[in-house]
Ligand binder design. Structure first.
Ligand code: ATP
Ligand code: MG
Length: 252
């Protein structure tokens, strides 16, 4: 498997403080990667550098072997590297399916609604609906396709958010604290769908999670950060037994 995303010696400063301090990591296509570490260790800052919200002062970020270090966020997401929060929250009065359709890239979504009456658009509309239905199937949301988003559960809304990201063309998804305050049963439901998306569609995930225990069992590979640096990487077991990781959490 080739590396889809490569981060080399990245440093991001806020003033003189390096929130991300010389990080180098690589992600292979179709892997589920977990980025963990105590509060304030730089997880979100690193993710923001990858998605293009911030630009690092030092180092390089490559996506499919192209240097995206200084590229604008919208261009990076067009490449298929997307952070979920870049997708606007669901429109609560629209149905699940409609929410998927309006997440189409560029202004295709807008045109879709404008052009419902135009026969020339029917083909693309049909293929958009097919794509949305297929994604809803993989996400286990098919039974709520016609329900307004405001009737979905917290877990279903998270899955819809991931679905909309995929609808926008994402191939690599950055999930910052996807399970938040969601209860453990729903966490497992979400991560089981993450596995399915990896297995059926080959999607690559970088999941940022503060709580060690939540996503560990689903990750192929774990990166642990502390105070801006990569402390250790490896399988979940290797990382969570590492004294440096234990200390980082205890010293929090
Ligand atoms: N825009 C900013 N300006 C100045 N300092 C910032 C900014 N964003 C983050 N920081 C600082 O950089 C450090 C890393 O923050 P970051 O949000 O990346 O941590 P995190 O690992 O995501 O934490 P959490 O688990 O709480 O989400 C922190 O010390 C934080 O205060
Ligand atoms: Mg964060």
């Amino acid at each position: 498997m080739s590396e889809i995303l490569r981060i080399e010696n990245v440093r991001k400063y806020f003033g003189r403080f390096a929130a991300v301090d010389d990080i180098s990591i690589g992600l292979k296509e179709g892997g589920i990667y977990l980025l963990v570490g105590p509060n304030g260790c730089g997880k979100s800052t690193l993710t923001n550098c990858i998605s293009g919200l911030f630009h690092p002062e030092e180092g390089h970020i490559y996506y499919r072997d192209e240097d995206i270090t200084q590229e604008e966020m919208y261009k990076i997401s067009r490449r298929g590297l997307v952070r979920t929060f870049q997708i606007a929250s669901p429109f609560l009065r629209l149905t699940t399916l409609e929410n998927m359709l309006v997440a189409l890239p560029d202004n295709a979504g807008e045109n879709l609604f404008k052009s419902l009456a135009k026969p020339t658009w029917i083909d693309s509309e049909m293929s958009a609906v097919r794509r949305a239905s297929e994604l809803l199937r993989v996400l286990g949301l098919k039974h709520v396709w016609n329900k307004p988003a405001n009737t979905l559960s917290g877990g279903e809304l998270k899955l819809l958010e991931i679905g909309r990201t995929l609808m926008s063309g994402a191939e690599t998804i950055l999930l910052d604290e996807p399970v938040g305050s969601i209860d453990p049963k729903l966490c497992h439901q979400i991560f089981n769908h993450v596995l399915k998306l990896r297995d059926e569609l080959g999607i690559t995930f970088l999941v940022i999670e503060h709580r060690l225990e939540v996503a560990a069992q689903y990750a192929d590979h774990v990166f642990a950060m502390d105070r801006g640096k990569l402390v250790v990487e490896g399988t979940a077991e290797e990382v969570f037994e590492d004294p440096r990781v234990i200390e980082a959490y205890l010293g929090e």
